[in-house]
Design a protein around this ligand. Structure first.
Ligand code: HEC
Length: 173
């Protein structure tokens, strides 16, 4: 009897382990965040709990730690979720609803300083590409969120590319 119980436990544990391993590697398909629920905290939850941004694909032409420009870190790493990458190249240079771009910003000693995010939320800010902007410290504390003027005015230089600087959206990422 004891043996059967132990064998059963072992099977349950192995299945559990398998499921948790495959979850880690796979990026789940999730419903886009809606205007009614959007906030810095909702974004943090989306990129660290509901899905893990570290499992998103790093921007293919820019993967690994790359030298960044002011005011972002000296080094950066950019991840994009499947919703965005699968839509590229986009002939109209517009990211689809539900797109998430997560940028890790590192200081000169390559320690993580902050995480900046662009989340495409339908109807949130039609004048400025419907992006919800957010900035977090490495523990997830919200430092900026919503439509910070600084984020928008600088990224507006790339308004014709839906405010995305890193890559022309009408080209393969
Ligand atoms: C003074 C200009 C400037 C400001 C202000 C700025 N950014 Fe950026 N951002 C950039 C540049 C330049 C890049 C391209 C990558 C790099 O060189 O670091 C970038 C890249 C990004 C990316 C990767 C996607 C892309 O557009 O290439 C995200 C996400 C991002 N910024 C979020 C933010 C958020 C959130 C804020 C406000 C809290 C912000 N940025 C403020 C200049 C700026």
């Amino acid at each position: 009897m004891k043996l059967i119980v132990s064998a059963a436990l072992l099977v349950i544990m192995s299945v559990g382990l398998l499921i948790s391993c495959s979850n880690k590697a796979e990026e789940p398909s999730l419903e886009p965040l809606q205007m009614s629920e959007i906030s810095g905290n909702a974004i943090w939850d989306r990129i660290t709990v509901e899905s893990r941004y570290k499992n998103y694909t790093e921007w293919p032409k820019d993967s690994g730690l790359q030298p960044g420009q002011s005011p972002h870190g000296v080094w950066h790493r950019v991840f994009a979720n499947r919703t965005l990458l699968e839509a590229l190249p986009a002939a109209d240079s517009t990211a689809p609803e539900g797109s998430l771009i997560v940028k890790e910003n590192f200081g000169s000693s390559k320690t993580l300083g902050s995480i900046t995010v662009m989340a495409k939320v339908k109807g949130y800010d039609p004048e400025n590409g419907d992006w919800y902007w957010a900035m977090f410290d490495p523990e997830g504390k919200v430092l900026k969120e919503g439509s910070p003027g600084g984020c928008i005015s600088c990224h507006a230089g790339m308004r014709s590319n839906d405010f995305v600087i890193i890559n022309p959206l009408d080209m393969a990422p």
